[in-house]
Design a protein around this ligand. Sequence first.
Ligand SMILES: [Zn+2]
Length: 277
Amino acid sequence: MTEEQAKVNLLNLDGNGGFSRIDAKPFWPTYAAKSDAEVYRCPLCRDTGWRIGEDGAYPCDCRREKQLAARKQAAGLQPALISHTFEAFRLDYYSDFLTDPEGRTYRQLAENAYQACRTFVADVLNDKHPRGLFFQGEVGRGKTFLAAAVINALIEQGGEGLFTVVPDLLDSLRYSYDPESETSEQALMTRVRQSPVLVLDDLGSHNYSEWTKNRMYALLNYRLNHNLPVIITSNLDLEQLKDILGLRVVSRIVECCDFYLLCADKDNRLKVRAEAK
Ligand SMILES: [Zn+2]
């Protein structure tokens, strides 16, 4: 038998020790048939986080992604906010013909806000200490989306930031007075005060006691004095905020932020859901 014939015969082994071209069956066990893609979350490195190249081991891309996800979570971005990126922001959700009282179309307003966010990120990354941003608009107009997009972009480019939801932040501060709590008010306040960029999402939809008003004032004052920008979102305008938070707090906001209005004829989140159907 030549070597060539032996190979053909081996391929046609029929499982009974004989050779047959017609009844050829695989004789190797089927459990080996699962591909790496079915077995591992990352088939490239088989979930080890490392790949082997010509110059030795190097970190796999999935490792960077995992680290990035961890850093975003540490920056306060809940899973739902991680998809809020500049790339995913939909300017076409904003009307080209509906206008605000000053005659700016909803689309122009959204473009202004969007552009301000991109410039803001670039400035922060270049150590330029930009002024803060204040986004006002009703629920579902894209305020939180843009604020989260700023933090996402910062983290992805090696920067730092902290996303907080004001009612939750105030609850945490109050809770941190509890001796059972592991985070002291001091530690939490330090982080909120000193983060290079701080988002205060949903300012105003809360009952503010004198204690919380003082906390808010101290926070904004500290950041203003240290050139640390804030991004504030609110469904209230300044006049309404003044009634809730007092003139002292609002005057700090005016001093440290540029203002952007966001309008839409419908809740953008409903548009997303309608498109998904
Ligand atoms: Zn990998």
